[in-house]
Design a protein around this ligand. Sequence first.
Ligand code: 4AZ
Length: 463
Amino acid sequence: MHLRMDEQAPKEAQYAEEGPGPGIFRAKLEDQLRRPETQQQPISQTGCWRSVRRGYVLLGALGLLAGAGVGSWLLVLYLWPAASQPISGTLQDEEMTSSCSGASSEESPLPSLPKTVSFRVNSEGFLLEVQVKVRPAWLLVCHEGWSSAVGMQICRSLGHLRLTHHNGVTLSDIKLNSSQGFAQLTPRLGSVLEEVWQPRDNCTSGRVVSLKCSECGARPLASRIVGGQSVAPGRWPWQASVALGLRHTCGGSVLAPHWVVTAAHCMHSFRLSRLSSWRVYTGLVSHSAIRPHQGAVVERIIPHPLYSAQNHDYDIALLRLQMPLNFSDTVGAVCLPTKEQDFPGGSRCWVSGWGHTDPSHTHSSATLQDTVVPLLSTQLCNSSCVYSGALTPRMLCAGYLDGRADACQGDSGGPLVCPDGDTWRLVGVVSWGRGCAEPNHPGVYAKVAEFLDWIHDTAQQVR
Ligand code: 4AZ
């Protein structure tokens, strides 16, 4: 996490020095000055014309010198405004949007289909409620036609990894107001979750559905946190350190007791390491405090099958832990985004990690750091002034164009989370960027919303 200079800047300066600019300019001048000398040889052979020719040659040389002088002066005049500009532009947003092709500072909201159905679980009694397009009221769900498969689908659609509990609750056991409406599942072969809800005045079974999804996205200790750069325990309970032995290599995020998500490039970079060397540490703030026995053993590494080491597309991997994590005030899961959820450009999200904080790129931070980073529109991030089309649909950008703060090496694989009411959702996985906190080069993240099916299918299949 960091505020620092870019590792690539010196390299670019080097290229500029080796490049064609000043070198070509110097070479032309030398040519012009040399040419009269080479023409002197044939001329010097005839005696009577010697002095006349010498005069001409002298005049010519003087003329050339004067021409070169005027030429240089004009060139200096022409180049001066460019030379007085900073080399790497630090364009502000407005300038950026007007001068970069394909840029726009605000995310233009995509025309989205009206949502036909929404779900929520009320906090007393975990009663499942559904809201269908035709009615504004939240309806309780009748138990008839209910199945765990439907429950699983609903939990997933709410950003949870699993369903943990479901049952039928007798209506006479709960307090209801007289206007309470109900909805019943009408199972139709091949129908989607959105189309199966029929409003009812009562449930024939006399029972409604109670549903618990796996816990996520809460910060039990959040009220005790005081702001600042270094992080207090429990602030980001899903933050994991993915390590080789005791050596921190990448960040990760806890999705469930058995599952941690990280970046595929972290696993790719250390692909020669043995599976048994990997450890996942959770509930940590100070990395120096870790002890080997605290690490969770990794049972399986599952990189996304379409990960590309060339352009970092599909930069996501799942780690299955051998033993489940014990959730506590300082260890817990983050929620996934919901499918239709669109966090627009400007959303205030947070990135955290033990990555580099200094310009020398050699030290991971001893304590967990975090910083707020606004989401940037993909249009702006892919514009000619930023990443010129390098972002694929599986990536998103967050940070600042003035290079204020950014994720850095060692933060890779870690969480970019955005608040959704009281719930924190994993919107991005730290992936890449040109340098760190470099102007016009914000951090790039794997876009978790694009991987929901892969995450759910993998977590279901691998047990
Ligand atoms: C890295 O090398 C890395 N500034 C991570 C994030 C960023 C750059 C590099 C974004 O792991």
